[in-house]
Design a protein around this ligand. Structure first.
Ligand SMILES: Cc1ncc(COP(=O)(O)O)c(C=O)c1O
Length: 1015
């Protein structure tokens, strides 16, 4: 049977040469023809020289004339009512017909139409498809519906399997599916059938009804693509307008982890051009599903008939994927989300509830009569709360309870409470995470109020209610004993939730039990019974309980905050308590404004919309909403952001004394010992300072003092700090924006870049060293000699440039022969980051005379160091005291000592080696897949990825794009190099293989995007 049908399909197929002769005979047009997909018509693209070209549509044999007439009239209507909507124009044949006729070689009557081509890309070829694009799709669909108002045709009222309104036909084909598939389909069919009454009354019009991947034309702009128009009116029909939205959504939400989120921009765009009614939005969730049900049913029916028609199968798999995900989304939650997208209150009862609550006054003493307090002292458990402190501290429940008790003692007449819509750092188990459309997302937003009260405190009912849930929600769930009550007012009902109760007191209730105002509901539990936190009541109001039967979320995703806020109103609407009133945090715009007015303009900010970071943990940073970012940039947070032992070392020492190094203290010696243990024996003297710049400034001063010379040799695009002398040896600065070129006493050798530099390849080390020799000779010619060579072992600002083999040893030898000193700037590379070695210079088997150490030493605290030989130190100590107010103070030294000990204790140098090697090998694989990656280099967790075009031309715009798109997926990256085309990867050293895998996964995703592949 299938083969027979396949033969039938091939028999009616029109070939390209046939299409060419049809075009020439009927329209007298010659052009280059290519085949396009089509479900009914055979479609061809016609390219001609002097215009955008055409689409040639040849019908199947004996196509219904009325059907084609309908489409042509519709197009003619649009030509006169465009309303901003671009439409293809009809081209008449040489006889003046809008529909031509011909007979195919088999003797069949075929109808032919020619329309102007609308240039652009089809939707399916656009990557990525982001909210802006889906919004513009919604806009175009809405505009088209608007333009079609007033148009009608008999054929618009035909039977059409693709019409959502007629989709109950699918019921007869349920036998084609497995039982799992059947369950999914009936989950939508049943409500669709049940809601027919209201559905039938929705607004109807002629709608496009087929905004599928191949019918949407998108602009060629790769950075900000917009939908230009919709084509193919073959499925247009007179139907409920909401079905048009549903059809567009059903395709546009495919291939997304969170299809609901993906649909919202489209709905919003549609509503902006064609306002949708509240009652229509109530049907959208099911209408979207029914379009997908039609799709999978059509595929199931047609598959055996025309196995070689790929168009029939093209959306079957993704349609099933969406249907499965769609079924797991609450229909009510989707409804509220659509409402919010269209500017209505997310929950229809939000305003009635607020008005009702305004008219009533409740007291906390009604909720907790035995406590009998009405005052509230706000409890700040937010991500940015300094009272919460370190994660290790708030995870220690005894310590946390102690802090609560102390606070309670301070405010004996108040109940400690708060938390509504608070973004919190405490929900760290994986059940609070999901992978959304843009990477990992965590639930952080608390939806109720937490009252911190002793266990066994009785909780009483504020109003009459009926028990709808009374369960033991312990185990891996959140609440311990949980009770949810339903309350009814004259106009609506709502729910109240009581969590963290003793299991016995919660479960003595049965569903349906009536609880009267003032009755005791239950008593509070202690941990671990209460879901493992300090005793407290979680009190929450809900206007619906969605599909929940035994549970209800108390914490939500930040991205959905507006929906949840409407669904779960502020419980303080009942109490109107001052202590529970939200203090509005200072907005980021205000912070930015102040910064612009009062901080120096030359301070830059990362990202177009700067992020406010409020907390760090390991390799992650967290913004004020609790959104986590994986940090691949920050080699300052060397042993991980806010490493507990490091934080404690600083806190503990700060509590005792912090003073300058003129008093004796063992901390400075301890730190010196830790550092000396890692350095070659020659480098035995240390000076402690406060920044990398200060370290290099001191190193340069020492070199001057030791040699009596003032000429320095440094690398092109090198950076060594922000002081006068450091900038004078930093080509990155004086050769960059605002710079005035090299000063008289600075001599720059070319960036030793074996990939794209003056000399290339593995044997270029010697040649670059010769350049250093040339500079020495130049200095000598001026009658002077050299003070020092300063260079990093991997030139970071230069674009993670690894010094070519042999360069450093030869350069050191040349400099020393000329009487100069060799300074290794290890501000970026030091303290184990190289993996194979603790210091960068050790990779080159050399021993510098001076080593400068900065960023990683204090894990974020300002401490840096200069290590040098005894000889240089003694020459520097010429009688002038070196005093540094903060350098080497006991607090900074305690911190730095703990950092170095942590590197050893946690084997972070080994981790840098192992994870670094893994990451590098994965990046090299990625480079094979994506030619844009020209080079992968670096050592340990200090890696560079250079993005170039076919001729090694640097691709700065693509690099910036990649960094911004990675940020959208919760991964922080940065770029550098003279051409801003090198990704610098230098994460905290606790970066694991799993983090590296995440990084690679999203790099691959973004490298596939249009802007990255079209250079
Ligand atoms: C190689 C190198 N040296 C010195 C410095 C200056 O260090 P700081 O910013 O701590 O003054 C930097 C800073 O980025 C650096 O990258």
């Amino acid at each position: 049977m299938p083969i027979q049908n396949d033969m039938r399909y091939n028999a009616i197929k029109i070939t390209i040469p046939q299409a060419e002769s049809i075009l020439s005979e009927l329209f007298n047009i010659k052009g280059k023809i290519t085949e396009l997909p089509g479900e009914i018509d055979f479609n061809f693209r016609v390219k001609v020289e002097d215009s955008e070209g055409y689409i040639l549509k040849i019908s199947r044999p004996n196509e219904n004339q009325d059907y084609l007439d309908f489409q042509q009239k519709l197009l003619l209507h649009l030509e006169h009512n465009t309303n901003g909507f671009t439409t293809p124009q009809i081209r008449k044949d040489i006889k003046g017909n809008v529909i031509s006729e011909m007979v195919d070689p088999q003797g069949n009557q075929r109808k032919v139409r020619l329309l102007t081509w609308v240039s652009g890309r089809v939707w399916s070829s656009v990557n990525p498809q982001l909210d802006d694009l889906r919004f513009s799709l919604g806009e175009q669909c809405g505009m088209l519906t608007q333009a079609l108002l007033g148009f009608d045709h008999e054929e618009a009222h035909r039977n059409l399997v693709w019409d959502v309104a007629q989709s109950l036909w699918t019921k007869d084909h349920l036998h084609l599916f497995s039982s799992e598939e059947k369950d999914i389909i009936t989950a939508f069919l049943n409500p669709f059938e049940a809601f027919q009454n209201t559905y039938q009354k929705l607004r109807k019009a002629v709608i496009h009804n087929d905004a599928n991947d191949n019918n949407i034309v998108v602009s060629e702009d790769l950075l900000h693509p917009k939908v230009k128009t919709l084509i193919d009116f073959g499925d247009s029909v007179y139907s409920q307008i909401i079905n048009d939205v549903a059809v567009a959504c059903s395709y546009a939400i495919m291939h997304h982890n969170d299809p609901l989120e993906a649909s919202l921009a489209l709905v919003k765009g549609y509503h902006s051009q064609f306002p949708l009614e509240e009652v229509e939005l109530a049907h959208l969730y099911t209408a979207i599903a029914m379009r997908l049900v039609i799709s999978v049913t059509k595929s199931a029916i047609n598959k055996p008939k025309e196995p070689n028609n790929p168009y029939l199968l093209i959306s079957e798999k993704p349609a099933w994927e969406v249907l499965k995900k769609w079924k797991n989304i609450s229909a009510d939650f989707a409804h509220y989300s659509f409402r919010y997208a269209c500017g209505y209150t997310a929950h229809p009862q939000e305003i009635p509830f607020n008005n009702w609550a305004l008219k009533h006054n409740f007291f906390h003493s009604n909720l907790f009569p035995t406590v009998n307090k009405n005052e509230i002292h706000p409890l700040d458990l937010s991500v940015s709360s300094t009272w919460m402190g370190h994660q290790e501290d708030f995870n220690n429940l005894e310590l946390f309870q102690f802090k609560i008790d102390q606070l309670q003692k301070q405010f004996p007449n108040s109940i400690l409470a708060g938390g509504y819509l608070e973004p919190r750092p405490i929900y760290t188990s994986p059940e609070y995470d999901k992978i959304g459309n843009y990477g990992r997302e965590s639930r952080t937003i608390h939806l109720g109020i937490d009252y911190c009260l002793p266990d066994q405190t009785p909780v009483h009912a504020l109003f009459d209610g009926e028990v709808v849930i009374a369960v033991n929600d312990a185990g891996d769930k959140e609440y311990g004993g949980l009770v949810i009550l339903k309350h009814s007012t004259a106009d609506f009902s709502f729910y109240t939730l009581y969590g963290h109760l003793t299991v016995a007191s919660a479960t003595r209730h049965k569903v349906g039990d009536i609880i009267n105002k003032g009755d005791q509901i239950a008593v509070l539990a202690n941990y671990p019974e209460n879901g493992n936190w300090v005793p407290h009541l979680h009190f929450q109001i809900m206007l619906s309980i969605l599909d929940y039967k035994n549970d209800f979320p108390g914490v939500a995703y930040y991205k959905q905050i507006n929906i949840w806020k409407s669904l779960c109103p502020d419980p303080n609407l009942l109490f109107k308590s001052k202590g529970l009133q939200k203090v509005k945090p200072i907005s980021n715009e205000k912070i930015l404004q102040y910064r612009k007015q009062h901080l120096g303009k030359s301070l830059s900010l990362q990202y177009h919309t700067p992020i406010k970071m409020v907390r760090g943990a390991g390799p992650y940073l967290m913004d004020e909403h609790g959104t986590k970012y994986l940090d691949t940039v920050n080699n300052v947070a060397h042993v991980g952001h806010e490493h507990y032992q490091v934080v404690r070392a600083g806190q503990q020492q700060m509590a005792l004394i912090n003073t300058n190094s003129r008093y004796l203290h063992e901390n400075i010696n301890d730190l010196a010992k830790e550092l000396i243990e890692t350095l070659p024996p020659q480098l035995s003297v240390l000076h402690f300072v406060n920044s990398g710049s200060e370290a290099n400034e001191l190193a340069l001063r020492m070199a001057k003092a030791a040699t009596d010379e003032i000429d320095f040799i440094a690398s092109e695009v090198g950076y060594h700090g922000n002081t006068n002398m450091c900038v004078d040896v930093s080509s990155y600065k004086f050769d960059g924006k605002g710079g005035k070129g090299a000063p008289e006493h600075t001599h720059i050798f070319p960036l030793p870049d074996a990939f794209r530099g003056k000399f290339r390849g593995i044997d270029s080390g010697e040649k670059y060293a010769d350049e250093v020799q040339k500079l020495i000779e130049k200095i000598h010619k001026r009658g002077r000699s050299i003070a020092a060579l300063i260079v990093e072992p991997i030139i970071s600002c230069g674009g993670q440039i690894e010094l070519p083999e042999g360069f450093l040893a030869k350069a050191y030898q040349l400099v020393r022969s000329a009487g100069g000193i060799c300074i290794s700037d290890e501000v970026q590379t030091g303290c184990g980051r190289m993996g194979k070695t603790f210091w960068g210079f050790q990779l080159h088997n050399v021993v510098p005379d001076i080593v400068t150490i900065g960023k990683p030493l204090g894990n974020g605290h300002p401490i840096a160091a200069v290590a040098c030989t005894r000889e240089i130190a003694d020459k520097f100590a010429n009688g002038m005291e070196y005093f540094n107010t903060f350098g080497g103070n006991p607090v900074s030294c305690a911190i730095a000592t703990e950092v170095l000990r942590t590197v050893k204790r946690e084997k972070l140098q080994e981790n840098a080696l192992n994870v670094g090697e893994f990451l590098k090998s994965e990046l090299i694989l990625l480079a094979k897949e994506f030619p844009i990656i020209g080079d992968v280099r670096g050592q340990g967790l200090f890696i560079g990825v250079e993005l170039v075009g076919a001729n090694k031309n640097p691709l700065a715009a693509q690099t910036e794009y990649l960094i911004n798109r990675m940020k959208d997926h919760g991964i922080l990256m940065s770029s550098d190099g003279p051409d801003h085309n090198v990704l610098k990867i230098k994460p905290p050293m606790v970066f694991s293989e799993a983090h590296a895998k995440d990084l690679i996964y999203y790099l691959r995703k973004i490298l596939n995007e249009d802007f990255m592949t079209s250079f």
